[in-house]
Design a protein around this ligand. Structure first.
Ligand SMILES: C[S@@+](CC[C@H](N)C(=O)[O-])C[C@H]1O[C@@H](n2cnc3c(N)ncnc32)[C@H](O)[C@@H]1O
Length: 202
């Protein structure tokens, strides 16, 4: 499901600064949930709509996906979510320690080749950053359709400082603090199982 480049996306995100958060400004936001790799924004926008008392930040490095998300935020008149258009590897080190309410990783790119393992959003170095920025008691929630990425992530997470709360091999999508993503909708339509991990920072 490669996203076709749309030339309108970059000018759109540059014009609609009201829904964007420059990455060097992220610490001005407080008590937010972070979705890393937010794609075209369906999860972000619906979480914001259905949980108006919470604040959400999406982080996305693909300009066209960022453009689609910005458009959804503008057209939905969403005021409790913003988008950071940047690579998580660049932004995470600058986020204040113990400042984030929760992190969502939804259908992250699997990077199946071993030599690309460091790029996986559940690799050791990313996990270390997540642990540092999450508040105590906050959760890291990971959904995927990819069994190999799921088992790789489970193994890494079991050996991490996080506490494993849930390892679900057939997630039904019914958690009230969750929303379906674009990728998830298409995998569910094909009848593929959805795997989910929940980890807690103690
Ligand atoms: C497979 S798509 C899933 C999109 C969406 N979460 C969904 O479930 O529909 C993964 C997304 O993560 C983004 N992404 C991957 N690595 C990233 C990184 N290091 N920083 C920010 N975004 C990233 C990609 O650009 C892509 O849009």
């Amino acid at each position: 499901m490669r996203t076709k480049y749309k030339p309108w996306a970059k000018p759109y995100i540059e014009e609609h600064t009201e829904v964007m958060c420059p990455f060097d400004n992220i610490n001005n936001c407080k008590n937010y949930y972070l979705e890393i790799g937010s794609g075209k924004g369906q999860f972000l926008v619906n979480m914001a709509k259905n949980h108006p008392d919470n604040f959400f930040i999406g982080m996305e490095r693909n300009v066209t996906c960022a453009g689609f998300t910005a458009k959804k935020l503008v057209e939905g008149e969403i005021t409790n979510a913003k988008l950071v258009y940047a690579d998580a590897g660049q932004v995470l080190p600058s986020i204040e320690a113990e400042s984030v309410e929760g992190i969502f990783l939804n259908f992250s790119d699997p990077w199946p080749k071993k030599r690309h393992a460091k790029r996986r959003l559940t690799s050791d170095s990313f996990l270390g950053q997540y642990y540092r920025i999450l508040k105590r008691g906050a959760k890291l929630i990971f959904k995927t359709d990819n069994y190999d990425l799921f088992t790789y992530s489970l193994e890494i997470l079991e050996n991490s400082t996080f506490k494993l709360v849930e390892a679900n091999y057939s997630y039904d999508g019914k958690d009230p603090f969750d929303e379906i993503t674009e990728y998830e909708a298409s995998f569910r339509e094909e009848g593929q199982p959805i795997y989910r991990l929940i980890l807690e920072k103690l």
